[in-house]
Each structure stands twice: as structure tokens, then as C-alpha cells.
Write a protein that binds this ligand. Sequence first.
Ligand code: GTP
Ligand code: MG
Length: 202
Amino acid sequence: MKIKEANFVKSSSKYSDCPPENIPEYAFIGRSNVGKSSLINMITGRKDLAKTSSKPGKTQLINHFLINDHWYLVDLPGYGWAKVGKDKRATFGAMIQDYILNRRNLLNLFVLIDSRIDAQPIDLEFIQWLGVEEIPFSLAFTKSDKVGNSKIKNQIQKYLNNLKSTWDELPPAFITSATTKKGGADILSYIDEINKFAKDKK
Ligand code: GTP
Ligand code: MG
């Protein structure tokens, strides 16, 4: 799929302020600084569509981008950012949770995992929660330009093994890099497939 158009629609501080739920939607989630905004820019081929920063906590709202006039990409705030106070962290958590549980047109959530870091309890807990709530998701391992291939494969295997202990079906896993553009085409074809499926079902 080619990205012909990618436009910022709006930033919302709560689920109920988000745009109408009438077209397919895909959101990016993961710990702060994992590279959510950068990955959105990479797959759309727009350098500054989503705001990025080397400091964690850049994205603080639910940001909708309209792609090819037909589906939404959503940039979410990160979870587990140690530097925000407890209250703010709870507000972010509630905002994200509310969005994920209620958004009816959310067809897939991409859960981003930093390829360089060993499996973190917060990521594993979040993924388990998605399973319990039956939210469709896939994994995207980010910053793969920073680690060797064998380390990444090892990382992915560890996550999948962890999930295997509780689930029969494992989610797709993408290896990505916003720097080298690795994985961008794979994610776009995956979205394209789901879009087609959603259209056929209508
Ligand atoms: P929050 O909005 O704070 O939750 O962060 P985020 O997950 O949106 O991360 P963001 O895209 O802002 O990127 C965080 C930092 O990681 C920035 O300095 C990026 O340049 C860097 N980064 C993101 N993706 C990659 C990548 O694939 N490779 C490398 N080397 N750096 C990356
Ligand atoms: Mg961000």
C-alpha cells in the first residue's frame, strides 16, 4: 500500500473527544521513548507528522492522523514514564485504558517493544491485560538498528515464549527501525490486509 495522504486530524485528551468511529483505526502503544511517534513518521514517510523527542513523555494526548482519506493511525502517550508524578501517570493510564476498551473501530493495536531491552514486567503485564480484554494486537520491536539480528530474534522468542504459557495463539511480530525503515512495508501490508477484510465484512 502506498501512502498518498497523511494528515493530522486532532489531539484528544479523552476517548469521548476522539473523531467519529466510522473508518478503520490502528494505534501505536508502548513505553515512553520506545519510538511510537518515530515509527508513525517512518511508515507514513512524513518526517514531522508525529512529534518526537529524545526525552520521554513527549506524546501526552491521543493523536489521530487520517491516512489516504480512509483510515486512522493513532499516536498514543507512553505508559510507565517514571518521571511524571503518580497522579499524572494514573490519568494517562486511565486515558489509554478507556480508549483501548471503548474504541469500536480500533482494528489492531501495535505494541512497541524496545529491541535493546530485556522483557520488562510492565510490557508483559500490559500484553496480558490485552489478552484478558480480547484486544487484537501485534508486537513491533523497535530500534532494531541498534542491536544485532541474533539478539533481536532472541528477544522476540522470549516474548513469544512468555505469551505461549497463557495463550494458544501468538500475535504477529514485526522487526522495525525508524532509522533504516526496516519493517515499514510489512506493517503497511498487514494494515492493508485488515482494511480489506474489514471492507469485505461490511
Ligand atoms: P513518547 O511520546 O515520549 O511516549 O515517546 P515515543 O515512543 O513516541 O518515542 P519517539 O518516537 O519520540 O522516540 C524517542 C527517541 O528514540 C527519539 O530520540 C528517537 O529519535 C529515537 N528513536 C525512535 N525510533 C528509533 C529507531 O528506530 N532507531 C533509533 N536509533 N532511534 C530511534
Ligand atoms: Mg510519542
